[in-house]
Write a protein that binds this ligand. Structure first.
Ligand code: HAM
Length: 385
């Protein structure tokens, strides 16, 4: 899996064509500006469409399939700020390109579940639905039209508009939720290939003991989805309880001018995940992996310590040297605050003896190492932590 970084802003058109003209994101939530050249640009409200754009522009297709990418970065939505809902927030996301197989859906849901479990979270539920392909959705739309048509006068103003423009979104309206519960289910309208895909995914999830609830009101707020959609909700959060969401978007590549590339992925909201950790009383250990603090006493020792730090950095370790001229106990305290497990101590005495001291801050144990072997020895110890 590779990291992918896309620009913070894109041409507005990209999100209109992918997330959907009638979606809340495009209708109400985008930060859209004109640049000096009169082009309409938008701060990215989500990461999937930019990645597909980057794929198409850079002919990633030549890399062969399957392809897996992850990303971490800021997203922007002009929403009313409240707990768990920010105008600039961060997502960590994962996308798989090229596979139509339900095995890829399994892998995506396993990735979300594993990520949340490894953080220690337990009080979340995976909501799952299949909204089918454009073919089977035609019939489903008709069924919804008939159902909601009988209740038109009871709908909120937004839903009255959505009835005409984007009828699936009526299902996840918070105001008209009661009506949604009794609405026709998309899974009853799936064509044979979509039904088989959904059944296979559920079999896989059962086999892998991934708990989920089937939720036929789940349609997600972005229009590019096809077949599988899912959302992870945490019980310790208030109204903004979705900590991650995702699904399949088999039509997005062709909508954006590429060929047919089945694809899917998810994104988690980092700030909401942090709220969920707090709600469950989980403290994420602040462990600075492979981190070494070099404490020095005196000018000569500082130079020696800096040389040692440079050698250790060349080997890939994350190394800090005191540049605040603190006394030794101040340096050790600071190293502890930064989460260092090991401190290398270089003082006059050590210089004279041609050694350095390696102290394990967790146990208090320390050893004197001959300068000649210090790099290898420290690297061996620290890179295994
Ligand atoms: P999304 O459901 O719109 O999906 O956003 C994913 C997650 O971002 C949400 O579950 C939530 O945790 C977080 N989030 C969204 N808006 C806010 C906000 N205003 N403040 C704080 N957190 C927020 C997507 O963006 C899709 N691109 C996910 C995806 C990837 N689907 C396929 N691949």
């Amino acid at each position: 899996m590779e990291e992918i970084r896309t620009p913070i802003f894109e041409q507005t058109e990209l999100f209109v064509r992918s997330v959907g003209e009638e979606s809340d994101i495009v209708q109400k939530e985008m930060y859209t500006f004109e640049d000096k050249g009169g082009r309409s640009i938008t701060l990215r409200p989500e990461g999937t469409a930019p990645i597909v754009r980057a794929f198409l522009e850079n002919s990633f297709v030549n890399r062969g399939f399957q392809q897996r990418y992850y990303y971490i970065g800021p997203m922007f939505r002009y929403e009313k700020p409240q707990s768990g809902r920010l105008r600039q927030f961060h997502q960590v996301g994962f996308e798989i390109f090229g596979s139509e197989s339900p095995g890829a859906d399994l892998e995506t849901i396993l990735a979300v579940d594993n990520f949340l479990k490894r953080l220690g979270l337990t009080k979340y539920t995976i909501h799952l639905n299949s909204i089918g392909c454009p073919e089977c959705r035609k019939n489903y739309r008709e069924a919804l039209r008939e159902y909601y048509g009988k209740h038109l006068n009871d709908l909120c103003d937004d839903c009255k508009r959505r009835y005409e423009t984007n009828i699936l979104r009526l299902l996840d309206c918070k105001i008209d939720h009661e009506l949604a519960l009794n609405a026709p289910k998309s899974t009853d309208y799936l064509c044979e290939p979509c039904r088989e895909h959904y059944e296979k995914l559920k079999d896989y999830l059962n086999e892998f003991e991934i708990k989920y609830v089937e939720d036929h009101t789940l349609v997600r707020g972005l229009d590019y989805y096809t077949r599988t959609v899912f959302e992870v909700r945490h019980e310790g959060l208030g109204a903004q309880n979705a900590i991650a969401g995702g699904g399949r978007y088999d039509g997005l590549f062709s909508d954006l001018g590429g060929g047919t590339v089945p694809a899917l992925g998810f994104a988690g909201g980092i700030e909401r995940i942090v709220l969920a950790l707090k709600a469950e009383g989980i403290e994420v250990p602040r462990k600075n992996v492979h981190y070494i603090y070099v404490a020095t006493i005196g000018e000569d020792a500082f130079k020696e310590g800096m040389k040692l730090a440079m050698e250790l950095r060349k080997k890939g370790l994350n190394v800090d040297v005191d540049i605040m001229n603190r006394n030794l106990s101040g340096q050790l305290k600071h190293a502890d605050r930064l989460g260092a497990k090991y401190v290398v101590i270089v003082g006059d005495e050590e210089l004279e003896k041609g050694v350095v001291v390696l102290r394990n801050l967790e146990t208090g144990d320390q050893v004197e190492i001959d300068k000649e072997f210090a790099i290898e020895y420290i690297f061996e110890k620290a890179s295994k932590e």
